[in-house]
Design a protein around this ligand. Structure first.
Ligand code: ZN
Length: 134
């Protein structure tokens, strides 16, 4: 279940600070950090943490058709419900593997925007959508 932090990101260092220095808004920075650490308000994380309402065997799954685990990679690369969002991002150059996205400052901002626009992050749903539009 889920990819661990050590598998997604390298050891923190100056290069990590460089990744975040141009992130234009606090909510985007917050989501970018949550993505890099795979501690983000998605079903896979909530099931892994055994949060209330996420202790059932299939609670880690996404809301889309199929049985995919709702991970950052699924939302950013695979979820069929979010294909239109990804299409917009891809037109701006977004792409690559999840590891490549999380290591690239431009892609990381785009990934955070996809996450915010996906409507999956309940704790950040009141952020002004104009702040994270493509
Ligand atoms: Zn999905």
């Amino acid at each position: 279940m889920g990819i661990g932090v050590k598998q997604l990101v390298d050891q923190p260092g100056k290069q990590v600070l460089e990744l975040h220095k141009d992130v234009p808004h606090k909510a985007l920075t917050s989501v970018a950090i949550q993505l890099r650490f795979n501690h983000i308000d998605l079903n896979s994380y909530k099931a892994r943490m055994k949060l209330p309402g996420f202790r059932q065997p299939n609670s880690h799954r996404c809301t889309c058709i199929g049985s995919a685990e709702q991970t950052p990679e699924h939302i950013l690369m695979e979820c069929p419900e979010l294909a239109p969002l990804r299409k917009t991002a891809k037109e701006l150059g977004f792409g690559g593997t999840i590891k490549e996205v999380l290591k690239n400052a431009t892609f990381l901002v785009q990934a955070a925007k996809i996450m915010l626009q996906s409507g999956r992050l309940k704790q950040i749903q009141h952020v002004n959508p104009y702040l994270y539009a493509f």
